[in-house]
Design a binder for this molecule. Sequence first.
Ligand SMILES: *[C@@H]1O[C@H](CO)[C@@H](O)[C@H](O)[C@H]1NC(C)=O
Ligand SMILES: *[C@@H]1O[C@H](CO)[C@@H](O)[C@H](O)[C@H]1NC(C)=O
Ligand SMILES: *[C@@H]1O[C@H](CO)[C@@H](O)[C@H](O)[C@H]1NC(C)=O
Ligand SMILES: *[C@@H]1O[C@H](CO)[C@@H](O)[C@H](O)[C@H]1NC(C)=O
Ligand SMILES: *[C@@H]1O[C@H](CO)[C@@H](O)[C@H](O)[C@H]1NC(C)=O
Length: 416
Amino acid sequence: MEARRRVALLAALALTVALAATAAEGYNITKILGEYPEYSQFNKLLTETRLAADINKRRTITVLAVSNGDMGGLAASGRTLQTKRHMLQMHVLVDYYGGKKLHQLAHGVTACSTMFQESGAAQGMSGYVNITQRRGGKVTFTAENAEDSSSPSTYVKTVKEIPYDLAVLQVDSVLASPEAEAPVAAPAPVNITELLSKKYCKSFAGLLAADAEAFSNINATKDNGLTLFCPVDSAVAAFMPKYKNLTAKGRTAILLFHAVPDYYSLQLLESNSGKVSTLATSNVAKKDYSFDADKDGDTASLDTKVGKVASVTATVKDDDPLAVYAISKFLQPKELYKVAKDLAPAPAPAGPKKKTTKKKPSAASSPSDDDDESADSPDTSDEDAADKDNAAAPSVLAGWVTTAAAATVAVLALAA
Ligand SMILES: *[C@@H]1O[C@H](CO)[C@@H](O)[C@H](O)[C@H]1NC(C)=O
Ligand SMILES: *[C@@H]1O[C@H](CO)[C@@H](O)[C@H](O)[C@H]1NC(C)=O
Ligand SMILES: *[C@@H]1O[C@H](CO)[C@@H](O)[C@H](O)[C@H]1NC(C)=O
Ligand SMILES: *[C@@H]1O[C@H](CO)[C@@H](O)[C@H](O)[C@H]1NC(C)=O
Ligand SMILES: *[C@@H]1O[C@H](CO)[C@@H](O)[C@H](O)[C@H]1NC(C)=O
């Protein structure tokens, strides 16, 4: 009785999680603005400053777009991308203002926080925007502490509304803000090899340095949003026999598989709960090369569906646009290794309470088989694939149960 109720509760929670995931399925600001050639410069800058990616990750926001002819200070060539990013962040209000809500402001004026305020670079209240209703239905936007001499930006029209997730409004000029316009130096160059070698990932740094194509790809992406997962030295050592077996192309692919061309703080990673594409996705034609990133207790887990789930063990660097995390396992893409047989979401035989099954030492494994990567990974040659599948089953099932349990915890936390 008790067990059945638990199952029902878990099913309900799983459904909630599924629904939440559907609702969060995103929009693409680049695509939305792409339908309007008059905002092409603004749109291009959103991509160049990587703000587009940040916008797509958010809900309940309002983007104040300006047309090509009104780009003003945003078009200036003397500003670094970092400065332009701050200026653009002033144009992203972290609340939903559809045209209707805009014209029904309770007191005719309201202050709204922006992404600039959230960036941590804004002094005091400088990242707030005053929205003011004027005579004749006119609505203006002013940086909270803009100079008196600066003229406000006026609402022109609503470009797009996805209630209550995203509103895109056109304003007639760039929002003036001395703080956002303050020059920001380009970040100091990062030496990836040095960074990885110093903390946890010396071996992986060596593999990268030895592969010119993988290295140059990763090095070229690090300033435009990159999250790199470096297996710790022991994980590389355990994987080396398999790595040596790969072709040159395979090695490049598996190294690029560890790099996600987008910046993820640990918090973003944990709340991601879904697929992430990698540099291998864009560099190896017609292959998926993605994996699942999810929350796992107080860290993030990475699941490629091959072998054990890897978890983030340490943060090597977290400084937007570059994040580097040490992980417990070498990531094996399903494109190169055999995936564990699909275990349909049938309830675990032992009931939803069951959390983990400690991997029992397999009777089949020889005493010399101390490499746990090869001991439980269902890849290698076909003749022993069936056995390996069976061996991998309990750990994958345990992984599924753990994920469901983690999701349950997340939902309960939300409900609390
Ligand atoms: C968003 O849309 C643009 C233009 O259609 C496309 O190039 C880009 O890949 C899309 N981004 C995502 C994350 O889907
Ligand atoms: C914005 O609103 C606040 C509070 O209403 C006010 O103190 C401030 O002077 C306003 N700023 C501008 C530039 O109008
Ligand atoms: C980066 O660091 C490595 C190891 O410290 C060094 O060998 C290499 O020359 C450095 N590269 C650059 C471009 O400075
Ligand atoms: C890595 O990228 C930086 C620019 O961020 C560049 O100066 C450096 O030469 C690159 N290193 C290598 C080895 O290509
Ligand atoms: C490497 O490849 C050989 C030949 O296919 C195979 O016999 C061996 O088991 C492989 N080693 C590993 C560690 O996968």
